[in-house]
Design a protein around this ligand. Structure first.
Ligand code: AKB
Length: 318
C-alpha cells in the first residue's frame, strides 16, 4: 500500500527531523510537510510542503482528502513553559488541534494511522519519581501536562470506540540542534549548548541538581518511526508509551561540556520553570515500549554532548 503522510508541525523541533526520517522510509514525495510557518529549506527542497493550520478544521479535512493522506503525525503543541503564560489559550490549542485530527480520522477512511506526542508532563508531584511506571498516579500540575493527559484519554477513547489506530509516546526532554526548541522546561539542555559555544557561559533556569529524563533527537525519531511501523497487534498501550532515554542534571551536563570547553561556566537562577521540573519524574521505566515494539536508544550524555557542540559550532560558522 502506498502511504501518503501528513506531518503537522514540520517546522518544529521534532517535525524538522522526523519529516526527513519519514521521507527516507516512505519516499520524498510521499511525505507532506506542513506548518503555520515556512518549513526549513532542506524540507522544502526535498518534498511537498504547505502552510496549514491544524486549528482550521475545514481546510484540514479538505487537505487530507485532496492529498489522499493515509497517516498523520500531529506534532504541533504549546510546550510547558509557554503554556503557563497563557493557560486557556494553550489548553484550547493543544486540545482542539488533537480533536480536529481524531474527528477527521473517524470519517476519512483512507487515514488508517495517527501519531500524536504525549510527554512526561502527564505525571505530577504525586507520581513516583524514580523509574516511573507506565501505569501510575498521574496528577499533572501544569496546563501542558493536563492537556497531554486529557489528550491521552481521548486517543485511547477513539482507538477503542472507533477502532482507529492512534499511537503515542510520552517524550522526555528532547535534545537537538537542527531547530531550536521553544517554550519547554527541558529546553535548558538545548540552550546550554548554544550559550557554551557563543559565550562560554550559561545561566540555567533550573537548579543544579534537577534530574530529568532526556533523549537525543535521533533516538526519539528512531523510536517514533519504529512505533509507527510496528504491527497493530503489538501495540498494547492505546494511550501513550513511556519512553525514558537517559537522565541527568544541569550540573552533570555542564561537567560534560567542560570536558570540551574547559573554561565553560554555569550559574543557576531557577525561575517559574523550576516547580514544573520538580513536579516531573527523574527517570522513566520504558520496559513496555521495549517489549511491545522494540524501543532502542543509543545516545548517552557523552555522545550527545559531542554531537551537540559540533552541530551548534557548525551552525554558527554558516
Ligand atoms: C517541555 O519541557 O515542555 C517538553 C516536554 C518534556 O514535553 N520538552
Amino acid at each position: 500500500m502506498t502511504e501518503n503522510i501528513l506531518v503537522i508541525g514540520a517546522a518544529g523541533q521534532i517535525g524538522s527531523e522526523l519529516t526527513v526520517a519519514l521521507r527516507k522510509v516512505y519516499g520524498n514525495n510521499q511525505v507532506f510537510a506542513t506548518d503555520i510557518k515556512e518549513v526549513p529549506q532542506d524540507i522544502k527542497d526535498s518534498g511537498p510542503s504547505a502552510i496549514l493550520d491544524v486549528m482550521d478544521d475545514k481546510r484540514l479535512i479538505h487537505f487530507v482528502i485532496r492529498h489522499k493522506i493515509t497517516q498523520i503525525y500531529h506534532l504541533a503543541a504549546v510546550l510547558s513553559g509557554n503554556a503557563e503564560k497563557l493557560p486557556l489559550q494553550a489548553w484550547h490549542i493543544n486540545m482542539q488541534s488533537l480533536l480536529n485530527i481524531l474527528d477527521l480520522a473517524k470519517v476519512v477512511e483512507d487515514v488508517h494511522r495517527i501519531f500524536w506526542p504525549s510527554s512526561i508532563a502527564v505525571f505530577g508531584p504525586t507520581t513516583p519519581k524514580q523509574n516511573t511506571p507506565q501505569l501510575t498516579v498521574a496528577e499533572p500540575s501544569t496546563v501542558y501536562g493536563i492537556s497531554k493527559l486529557a489528550g491521552e484519554r481521548w486517543c485511547e477513547y477513539f482507538n477503542k470506540r472507533y477502532d482507529l489506530d492512534i499511537r503515542s509516546i510520552r517524550y522526555p526532554g528532547l535534545i537537538s540542534y537542527k531547530t531550536e526548541a521553544g517554550g519547554g522546561t527541558t529546553d535548558y539542555a538545548v540552550e546550554i549548548f548554544y550559550e557554551a559555544v557563543k559565550s562560554g557561559k550559561y545561566d540555567s533556569f533550573l537548579s543544579e541538581n534537577t534530574a530529568l529524563p532526556m533523549m537525543f533527537m535521533q533516538d526519539a525519531v528512531n523510536a517514533t518511526v519504529k512505533l509507527m511501523l510496528a504491527p497493530k497487534e503489538k501495540i498494547s498501550v492505546k494511550s501513550s508509551y513511556n519512553v525514558g532515554g537517559i537522565s541527568f542534571t544541569p550540573k552533570e551536563l555542564a561537567q560534560e561540556i567542560k570536558t570540551h570547553i574547559p573554561d565553560f561556566k554555569i550559574t543557576y537562577k531557577p525561575d517559574f520553570r523550576q516547580p514544573i521540573a520538580d513536579s516531573w519524574p527523574q527517570s522513566i521505566d520504558d520496559s513496555l515500549a521495549k517489549k511491545d515494539w522494540g524501543l532502542e536508544t543509543k545516545f548517552d550524555i557523552k555522545a550527545l554532548t559531542e554531537i551537540m557542540l559540533n552541530g551548534v559550532k557548525e551552525k554558527y560558522q554558516k
